[in-house]
Design a protein around this ligand. Sequence first.
Ligand SMILES: NC(=O)c1ccc[n+]([C@@H]2O[C@H](COP(=O)([O-])OP(=O)(O)OC[C@H]3O[C@@H](n4cnc5c(N)ncnc54)[C@H](O)[C@@H]3O)[C@@H](O)[C@H]2O)c1
Length: 264
Amino acid sequence: MLAIENSIAVITGGGSGIGRALAELWLKQGGKVVIADVSEEALRLAEAEMKAISPHVTSIICNVTQEADCEKLAEKAIATYGAINLVAPFAGITSDGLMLKTDKESGKVTGKMSLTQFRKVIDINLTGVFLTIRECVEKMVNNRCKGLVCLVSSTGSLGTAGQINYASSKAAMSVMPKVLTAEFFRRGFADRIRCMAIAPGYVGTSMVKALDEKVLDKILEQVPINRLIEPEEVVSLVAELYRNEAMAGETVFIHGGLRLGSKG
Ligand SMILES: NC(=O)c1ccc[n+]([C@@H]2O[C@H](COP(=O)([O-])OP(=O)(O)OC[C@H]3O[C@@H](n4cnc5c(N)ncnc54)[C@H](O)[C@@H]3O)[C@@H](O)[C@H]2O)c1
């Protein structure tokens, strides 16, 4: 079992929501964190509040779609703490809409999801994750670090209407642990660097709270535990996956029993 104490976590999207909750958990358990976010304001606020928990937090403004930013992020972690043990590329966005909108009466197509709307989500949620983990794992390999790459998929990956961009990016998060575990195995370091994904249902962060109240009520009707999942519940799972070295190459769902099929 790995210990969180004195381990170093690199967390993108660390300025808010699940990323921020993970950074706070890591600090409370004696770890050290590098938080990265594209939002300067969120990052500064989060870092200031985290300093009250532990001095072992540093931050860097980083747009995960930019290769140079991701390189600087990994370099900062090594320059500040000398190692990387957890990579949590949690920066992500939604931009929902149907691929085709049709007129109720004529049945004819009245609108299409733009290429810009599709690409924006893929750039951040998929390409941004690729760049973050490529740069961080390079440092882990070269510095002989032990630890976990923990990706964040979603129940949306199973195919939610209105999310062709988001769902596609999150389905990719479920295959990456298998690809990377196989690659790490081939190169002989899968015993030191593992990859897992978590797939949350509806978590009470700004991403979900921004939804229309009626839409949220409809969603909650499908959740047996009858509430949103707390970010703290999600990051407690990440901590367990980090500690437990038997966990590799898989995606673990955490959704409160979300009914994805018929209620029967
Ligand atoms: N909230 C949910 O219900 C839920 C469910 C499943 C998966 N997720 C995933 O969890 C992750 C975190 O989501 P959250 O709910 O905490 O959302 P959030 O909006 O609270 O946090 C996302 C953070 O990512 C940052 N970000 C956005 N674009 C970025 C970029 N280009 N570079 C760097 N940072 C960027 C934002 O500034 C924000 O601080 C996302 O990948 C999301 O898809 C969330």
